[in-house]
Design a protein around this ligand. Structure first.
Ligand code: GLV
Ligand code: MN
Ligand code: MN
Length: 409
């Protein structure tokens, strides 16, 4: 059997191969239902097949590889995502899929089958960059896709429904991707930490306790475009001034509550000329917390502040909820198994919550979930400088193989 070190080296090479499939030359961007998504699925399907799995794309565009067990019964699903943010790092998501494939490859090479089937999933959309709504791939697997999401549009006005058709899929058949709870034993996700905790502890891996909930809003402010030189300050209806107050309100509201974070990541102004008062502005808000009530309170306060800023300037603010996900706890039994697996690999286990969203949060609606976090260099993520060392990836593969043994019961 290949050693975890050999497998980690192979994973590193594959990380680079996947990172070369991008919509943007010189930077990694791979959104849901694009040609690059199709090419990434094709590459991953080849690796799944070479590792002894039967590979197929499901009705939502997730790539699924299956490695049968010595007995039938429910599967352990291992997975993470293959889509990326804009100008992304190359480890976020991909690493979990590749480590899952590496573990199955190790079993296959030694002619071994676990007592249960293993499925490795490369989820099609976790980041939600294209349609603003996250976890579309994993929610299709849990059967929890809200039909309203099919009408959500990307920045070019293409609906999710149309994008599925263009990709060769059908919104009306997406239900075929759904799995039955009695067909799934548990979900295991390995992911980079994307934060500084493990590095500060000088440990390669940790067990995640819960994944924070999140709300994403789209805010459209309508004022009136006008001449920058002639319209008196008192009679302006400046939509960007409203948005600016909104951005600062999100920052101060979230800063006042422990463990609540808020971000405005996109802001577009129209008409966008140096000598024209902005008449229309659209911006996004992303608010997260481990406590669902604290998150809801912060969202409500932000919406109140945006509406008050609009009223003050005789503008109209329209708020649409793009996405809402409750905080998702990992199962105690999976946390205990992962801690044991970390210790068996020779490392000190740590428990930690996840501030970032993960497919495991959506999968928690279907089955028990557990997550292995691997140390991120400098805690950097959603940035091309994102990196996890080959030695830590080898530790992750060793830990994942230990989890597979533990799950044997
Ligand atoms: C995904 O990485 C998210 O947390 O937004
Ligand atoms: Mn991400
Ligand atoms: Mn991720």
């Amino acid at each position: 059997m290949n050693s975890p070190e050999t497998l980690a080296h192979q994973v590193m090479g594959r990380i680079d191969e996947l990172a070369a499939i991008s919509e943007t030359p010189g930077a990694l961007t791979r959104r849901y239902l694009t040609d690059e998504h199709r090419r990434a699925n094709h590459l991953v399907a080849g690796w799944m097949t070479a590792a002894g799995m039967a590979a197929a794309q499901d009705a939502a565009g997730n790539m699924v590889g299956r490695y049968g067990g010595a007995a039938g019964g429910p599967s352990l699903i291992i997975g993470s995502h293959l889509d990326t943010v804009v100008n992304a790092g190359k480890f976020d998501g991909m690493l979990g899929v590749l480590c899952g494939i590496a573990c199955v490859q190790a079993l296959h090479q030694s002619g071994r089958r676990m007592g249960y089937p293993i499925e490795v999933v490369g989820f099609a959309d976790e980041e939600g960059v294209r349609f603003g709504t996250t976890y579309l791939g994993s929610r299709a697997i849990t059967g929890a896709l809200d039909p309203a999401t099919f009408e959500q549009t990307d920045k070019d006005g293409i609906t999710f429904r149309q994008a599925l058709l263009d990709f060769g899929l059908d919104a009306d058949r997406i239900g075929q991707a759904a799995r039955r709870a009695d067909d799934v034993m548990a979900f295991l996700e390995l992911h980079i930490e994307q934060g500084p905790v493990l590095e500060a502890l000088d440990r390669p891996a940790g067990a995640v306790t819960a994944i924070n909930g999140q709300t994403r809003l789209s805010v459209t402010v309508t004022g009136e475009a006008g001449h920058a030189g002639t319209v008196p300050m008192a009679s302006r209806r400046d939509a960007l001034a409203v948005a600016a107050e909104g951005v600062l309100a999100v920052e101060s509201i979230c800063a006042q509550v422990e463990d609540v974070v808020g971000t405005v990541g996109i802001l577009n102004t129209s008409p966008g000329a140096i000598n024209v008062i902005p008449g229309d502005v659209n911006f996004t808000v992303d608010i997260r917390a481990k406590d669902d009530i604290a998150r809801r309170d912060a969202v409500a306060a932000a919406i109140r502040a945006i509406r008050a800023a609009a009223e003050k300037r005789n503008c109209i603010a329209q708020v649409t909820v793009l996405h809402r996900a409750v905080s998702a706890p990992c199962s105690e039994s999976m946390i205990a198994i992962i801690e044991k697996a970390i210790a068996a690999a020779g490392f000190e286990p740590s428990r930690m919550p996840s501030g970032a969203g993960h497919d495991a949060a959506a999968m928690a609606a279907l089955c028990d979930v557990g997550m292995i976090f691997l140390r991120s260099d400098g805690g950097i993520s959603h940035n091309p400088a994102e990196r996890t060392s080959e030695a830590d990836i080898a530790a992750g593969i060793r830990i994942m193989l230990n989890v597979l043994d533990e799950m044997e019961g």
